[in-house]
Design a binder for this molecule. Sequence first.
Ligand code: DC
Length: 226
Amino acid sequence: MSAAEHEFVIAIDGPAASGKSSTAKRVAERLGIHHADSGALYRAATVARLTLDGAPEQWTPESVLSAAERVTMPRHDASFEVRLDDSPLGRELHEAAVTMLVSLVAKMQPVRSWVNGQMRRCAREGAIVVDGRDMGTAVFPAAQLKIFLVASPRERARRRLLQRLDRTPLDEEIAAETEALTQRDAKDAAQIQQAPDAVVIDTTHLTQEEQVERIVEMAVRARVSR
Ligand code: DC
């Protein structure tokens, strides 16, 4: 896609639990532009496929794509909201079964093409922050600003648990979650792509507001210098 086909795109990529989606949402709010989460589309396709028969080993790209026809992503306030049969998907996207099976779905090339098409359609509606694994490479190679977020596996695990448990996690809980995240990183390795022109931000020692602030500053500069 050429730069001219989209107005302004900020692409935020990075590994699981690096804070991409929450950061992308805040950056979009601060800039008064839209936000779309590509991981939520892979998750929605997985939720849709789970409502049909068939063991996951037998899932074909065709059957996932046909289930995904029930998934839409209309604009809702500043974000593009993922819906199944026109009902917004929320917690369902993060159920354990979905998190376990979504890597399988995300490896299917026809599903990737479907997600990429949806994301490009969102970007045609106006300036946008998108997040995922390959937004700055496969989907928006001409994005005006590309960010690659990283954080140590232990810190990512701590943040994820804090969010999930709503209390300070114990050391052994952090150790188990770090192991689970490392395994997810390995499963997603082929999909995680760092664009050569991406700005890498290590958020291990940053607060969310600090990382949002850095990206907003870069975005303002990128927008002005266009
Ligand atoms: O960011 P997340 O955990 O919601 O992503 C869910 C899954 O989708 C995960 O297995 C990685 C995959 N994914 C991908 O392959 N490419 C993207 N652009 C976004 C997510």
